[in-house]
Design a protein around this ligand. Sequence first.
Ligand SMILES: [Zn+2]
Ligand SMILES: [Zn+2]
Length: 448
Amino acid sequence: MPDFSKMTLEELLKPEGFDCACGRRHQAGLRRAHIGKGALGVLLEYLHALGITRPFVFCDENTYVAAGAKVVKIFEASEMPHTLYTLPTGHPEPDEMACGGLLMAFDPKCDGVVAVGSGVINDSGKVLAHALRLPLMCVATAPSMDGYASDSSSMVREGVKVSLYNACPQALIADTDILAGAPLRLLQAGLGDMLAKYCSVCEWRLANLVIGEYYCGDIAALMREALRRVRQAAPRLLERDAEAVEEITQGLVLAGIAMAFAGVSRPASGLEHYFSHIWEMMALARGLDVELHGIQVGIGTLLTLKIWEKLKLEAPSRETARAFIDSFDEAAWEAMVRRVFGQAAETILKTARAEGRNDKATHATRLQISLEKWPDILKIVEEELPPYQDMLGLMDSLQMPLKPEDIGFSRQDTVDALLGAREIRDKYLTSSLLWDLGLLYTSAPEWL
Ligand SMILES: [Zn+2]
Ligand SMILES: [Zn+2]
């Protein structure tokens, strides 16, 4: 079994995939990726490989300046017919308007889609290419999120944040000459989305230990190696050091591959992402601008590390957990869900009830395992999580926002995000463990 953490990107993208020791076959959706200086030079070669003879190129006004103009110039120089569409400004959300606009502008003579941009552009491109059953290539303009190699797109539908499992780009070009010029906030966001992986890999192992969820050690090792390299490069991000930008881009692409390999988001998303999901829903409900995903996730990472620094000093007690579950007040829980989720609460409550979120028998089983395996839980946390102060220092030195208040969320919003995280869907999180131990509603909010 080859070691994923020592493989090159090209080797990882092997179309036939890998039969893994975990019993599954791991395969990436991405077929080709070129990350590095002058990567745009492979544009035509990649188009040929995808069988695209007439690309539909789309960007927004900023990404046109960053890379779109260069792409178009290459097409013009080679006399490749193409159609260019620039998304109007004022639509920063990947929603029905953005996708509808794309579809209306689409030229049916085109046989492939080239998305020039990062988050919103990449996500909308996946939806468009999937709906049209056309190959998709992404020309990255910022290393701001880990979606380049993943098959899910983060969209807004009827004002609600949803993940759609759409087509993955088949090819990615990430030219560091372009990426290093991205706005600082986007570079910081990419680092935030990467640092989150300390927490997600840790939580993935915990979910495997406590509830027996599927886990692959080889994919986790791939993420750890990516993190090690990103952590080393991170201090040079502020200087826009090309090598540091390349490492972070590489890390984000590997995170997407890790998710595709695992078939779930576990290697790249845990409680730290749920802080972000709930804040984002709050911002949408309040009609406020949504902060960049990676910026929110970076703050969520600090909060999660902080929780663990306190939790590992606790001696979990069967009595506390029993007293909590015996006096569990379903009506108070419902009221909490309504307060945190507002309009979305009914759907969440319905699913939570159907999934037996507060079932006492399954609580007893998980509690038993958590108490018995507490030393193993602590060992995993010790192995996976960096010290809170180290991460805080690193993010501070890179001028990243550090507190929810820095991005417009109150202390109560953050407490609500922690309480609500386990209600969004049936995913075992650090906050699920806190609930099982009877600490979520009492001690944990004080640890934030
Ligand atoms: Zn595996
Ligand atoms: Zn993320």
